[in-house]
Design a protein around this ligand. Structure first.
Ligand code: SF4
Length: 243
């Protein structure tokens, strides 16, 4: 079984769109959004995957979400069928933190042998070999101090070093202010992450915020040799599910 996020109660969040962020931005893909996360970012834009009723950890929305309305558990074969219906050659597995369900995810990908797979992870954990062998691209998004997570949970040196040495891994740091870029640059240096595989992406869930932050991000990308990532889906569809 896999536990998925929902687009509306009971409807699993599996959809086709263009990738909105990172190295594959603009590519046509199927998305699978899994529920649950091991971190708790105060600005998380998918808090409905983890911030359930009774969870006291802070989130800037001040809201919690009903677990039954926001999760749906489905057999792996059914999930594979729903993904295949979209007819895409590439799959983005996102969350939440998808690697929390690594075993079932490996089973799923064995049912979809011809699909190219990219996985979005917060970089705190690793895929076991049975899953890792099916991953074509890791989008690793380590969470900086402005996320509100304790660094001992969010920034695990051994994991960051391992992803830095994996040519399939791209790094995407979410930044809200120039001080976050300095923190990201220090992590890049400390873990020997190749700058050419680093993206800085503005935190924001509306176009105006993204655009204003991108203006001060450009010179910082030039200074450090990093790339900048926009968030296409926010400009096109707003902060909505299933996009
Ligand atoms: S790691 Fe990702 S899914 Fe988890 S709380 Fe942070 S932003 Fe949300």
């Amino acid at each position: 079984m896999l536990t998925l996020a929902t687009q509306s109660p009971g409807e699993p969040e599996i959809f086709a769109s263009v990738q909105g962020e990172g190295p594959s931005a603009g590519m046509p893909v199927a998305f699978l959004r899994l529920s649950r996360c091991n971190l708790a970012c105060v600005w998380c834009d998918t808090a409905y995957t983890w911030h359930f009723t009774g969870d006291e950890r802070p989130h800037r929305s001040g809201e919690t979400h009903d677990r039954r309305a926001n999760q749906v558990a489905l057999p792996v074969a059914e999930v594979a069928g729903l993904i295949a219906e979209h007819g895409q050659k590439r799959l983005v597995v996102t969350g939440g933190e998808p690697l929390l369900q690594a075993g079932a995810l490996a089973e799923l990908l064995e049912l979809l042998p011809d699909i190219t797979v990219e996985i979005e992870t917060n970089g705190t954990t690793r895929a076991p070999p049975r899953l890792d062998i099916r991953i074509d691209q890791y989008n690793v998004s380590p969470k900086l101090s402005h996320s509100g997570n304790p660094p001992e949970l969010a920034l695990i040196s051994e994991r960051l070093h391992a992803y830095a040495g994996d040519p399939r891994a791209w790094f995407k740091f979410v930044v809200a202010g120039p001080e976050d870029v300095a923190e990201a640059a220090a992590l890049v240096r400390a873990h020997a992450i190749p700058p050419a595989r680093v993206f800085l992406m503005p935190e924001g869930t509306d176009s105006a915020t993204l655009r204003s932050r991108e203006r001060w991000l450009v010179p910082l990308c030039l200074e450090h040799g990093f790339r900048m990532s926009d968030r296409l889906h926010i400009h096109l569809f707003g902060d909505t599910r299933g996009t």
